[in-house]
Design a protein around this ligand. Structure first.
Ligand SMILES: [Zn+2]
Length: 138
């Protein structure tokens, strides 16, 4: 369905989006609490139909901003809490008591879904070279 989210994770992903959109609309958008359930159904319908109406081969575009943005060069967004980080590994362990593998499974992410941003891993490898790691020193 998405670049990184397989179909198995899509329902969960939609449910989470609907929950967040509804909460944000209640809090900031002036949504009447009496209409929240019909609003949620509408949002879910829109998301699901957007995803299923795309011609095959362009599925990755459905990502909607949310998933595309979850992997920025400078940050990654945690699907559990929506916050952004340079590296998710420590955050997942400390805040959600999860390993990267559990996180990927929970959200239907592929095994190569990045847990560390590109810029962060580049910086780490540069530092490692500067301090002489990987030169076979003992
Ligand atoms: Zn989180």
């Amino acid at each position: 369905m998405f670049n990184y989210l397989r179909n198995a994770g899509f329902d969960k992903f939609v449910a989470e989006c609907v929950r967040r959109i509804s909460a944000a609309s209640l809090q900031y958008g002036g949504l009447d609490p009496r209409h929240v359930s019909s609003f949620a159904v509408e949002v879910e319908g829109i998301m699901t139909s957007c995803a299923s109406n795309l011609p095959s081969g362009t599925n990755h575009l459905t990502t909607n901003v949310t998933c595309a943005e979850s992997v920025g060069r400078e940050y990654l967004i945690c699907f559990q809490c929506g916050k952004s980080f340079k590296t998710l590994k420590r955050h997942l362990r400390e805040k959600h008591n999860m390993t990267p593998a559990q996180y990927r499974r929970r959200w239907g992410l592929q095994a190569d879904y990045p847990i560390v941003t590109e810029s962060y891993s580049r910086k780490r490898s540069r530092i490692a070279k500067e301090v002489g790691l990987g030169k076979g020193r003992k």
